[in-house]
Design a protein around this ligand. Sequence first.
Ligand code: ATP
Ligand code: ZN
Ligand code: ZN
Length: 805
Amino acid sequence: MKYASVIVDVPAMQTDRSFDYKIPEEWQDFLTPGMRVIVPFGPRKVQGFVVETKNSSEFDRLKAISECLDLTPCLTPELLKVGHWLTEKTLCFKISAFQAMLPAAMKAKYEKIVTLTSDQSIEHLSDQLQPFFNKKNQVDMKEIEQDVPLRIIQKDIKNGYLELIYKVKQKGKKKKIRMVKLNCSFDQLAEKIKAVNSNAKKQLTVMTYLKENGIRIIPVADLLAVTNVSDATLKTLISKGILVEEYKEVYRDPYQDRLFEKTKALPLNNEQQQAIAPILSAVENDEHHVFLMYGVTGSGKTEVYLQSIEAVLNNGKEAIVLVPEISLTPQMVNRFKGRFGSKVAVLHSGLSTGEKYDEWRKIQRKEVQLVVGARSAIFAPFENLGMIIIDEEHESSYKQEENPRYHARDVAIYRAEFHQCPVVLGSATPTLETFARAQKDVYKLLTLKERVNKRSMPSVDIIDMREELRSGNRSMFSTALIEKLTDRLEKNEQSVLFLNKRGYSSFVMCRDCGFVIQCPHCDISLTYHRFGQQLKCHYCGHEEHMPNVCPECQSEHIRFFGTGTQRVEEELVKVMPEARIIRMDVDTTGRKGAHEKLLSKFGNKEADILLGTQMIAKGLDFPDVTLVGVLTADTMLHLPDFRATEKTFQLLTQVSGRAGRHELPGEVIIQTYTPENYSIQLASKYDYDAFYEHEMSLRKSHAYPPYYFLALVTVSHPEITKVVSVTDKIVQFLRRNVSNESKILGPVASPIPRINDRYRYQCMVKYKREKNLHETLRKIIEHFQQEMSSNDLMITIDLSPNTMM
Ligand SMILES: Nc1ncnc2c1ncn2[C@@H]1O[C@H](COP(=O)(O)OP(=O)(O)OP(=O)(O)O)[C@@H](O)[C@H]1O
Ligand SMILES: [Zn+2]
Ligand SMILES: [Zn+2]
């Protein structure tokens, strides 16, 4: 008898371990760890992951596995290890860790389909399977399962003749394209052409086209386009039996119809050569090191990545490149596709569930060797990893803000250790944590001090907006900014205007009584969206219509405050009516592909000014951009977050880096109400080193990372008294169980004290060494387990909190 240990999909403390099941006879040969199964669990049947198979079990009276969901493991042995580690590291349930590593398609409802890998495969199929594929190349798994044992199907999958795929039940998603196929030989076609009535010109056109070009099968859309006939003509040919219709599954590659200009490795300059040498040596010798490539904007970091990857692929290994979601622009993707073509899979949240699954399958089937993607691409199921690159290492989006609360950088280092390969972290403004490690030689520091071709960094002017106001300028643009924008317009150069929206929204306030409209469920003001005159809550999604009068005092003087991009655009049109403006924000980029269209319009110089939010801060590389304006530099400075200054510094540096990247020199204007703030001052001088020193001393005196580690416990419940008493108990328990060296802050209300009608309290542990902290935190969860499942209590623990919100 064989047994399987299974982690079941019941996310709770009591079930957060593996359970043993019997493996039915017919599946014993092929059931391997990493496959998903359905098992009886109490009165129900649940999904689970097989984590181990074995010949004996210490338990008796075991139930048997009811169903196998995979015929190929969806998690490699290494990823299973990563899952266990994630559980330890982030205190999440094992099942959450495993599920986080799979594409969404495999968590949704789906049908299982078995398909032939190619037309020739049918000849090699087992006798029992052949009949299913005589007429079609895709068969529902349910049909086959009834007659053919799974191990026979699995054998043909292993041999590469069949593939099992999951088809997500999705509405309106196109995953097949309509094709027409010739239903006779070319000789027969020639006969038919002679026989056709010469009045049927359109039919003749189609038939002749197919014959002369030797085409047997073609997408309908293409055929219609080249022959200029209508669908009705094809229908006639189909009804005559000359053509047959067929739907063919295609990879939903969103970049498929773009052509990539092939690029070649550029000769590296001196600094680049010095930076790449140790990386290449690690690749050659299969050594695990973490490199920090600290290079100013435009210093050619990406070129170094590309050539390092080339070495990895030449070595027969695979690579993962993480880039922040918002800089995963077509421009960025093109740089990788241009160099590595079809060896690249791209994973980002703009793809549909099906598209993501297609890209993931390319990795699993070893059809690609390189993945470029956002955070979750770190779980790409490569088995022969040769390098992991994290571009813009400092980006906060690398941390997942829901369970499992992991940081992609930690996962990268863990995986790279396993594969004995290098990790390259790149940034012009590394996080203090990372830079501190590089200073201590835990990470190897590689420095690119100069821009490519010794181009100078753009010069930065800080404009004090309070001065502007005093001298009578009440608009949102300083005199200097307007002057420079006008100058660029005259010279036919381009400008980028950046509006820092984070932590700053357009709220609605009554000018008479000062009443601010708040979300009825959360203690936060609603954000005004001009589109549809709606007020929205960014935390719970609540929406309401903009009122005409103040709900408090009935005054009509109720207005929205704050500067949305739309407002800026309107104001800008007033002062510079002749400028062509492209606005990029959530409203203009909501539709799929819109982002890309707007950027390529700007790239083609169909506009003079690109106006946008965070979205335009990164990765953009346009040769004619010579001016960058930051409208309000300080909106983020005042967030209740110890990283607020660091984030401001990073953002200002990134934005400034968009100007003067090619032949033309660049200029930057930073408008601010707090010009004396050191992060603004030092960003304007590109002085990361001084910023690092200054910020480190503050972190030290306030006991924040990187000097201390943090653990944040957040408690929420619909009743405030409950929240307070639970948080209080937690704090007391922590005090009894951590060392004197550690500091415990709280209980206090969270910076947003109520979300979605739930009150929120928190406490924080600051510690240097605390061997038993995980253990202690686990005990807390265990203690409240009962109330968490029955009494609507929620406790979340974040062991690397990014924000304090
Ligand atoms: N060795 C080289 N010779 C000539 N041009 C180069 C070289 N390396 C990079 N470049 C070019 O210089 C420009 C800036 O390089 P790249 O985008 O790689 O810099 P980066 O450091 O990644 O920038 P950022 O972090 O600001 O996005 C690009 O247009 C790139 O093609
Ligand atoms: Zn009022
Ligand atoms: Zn709300």
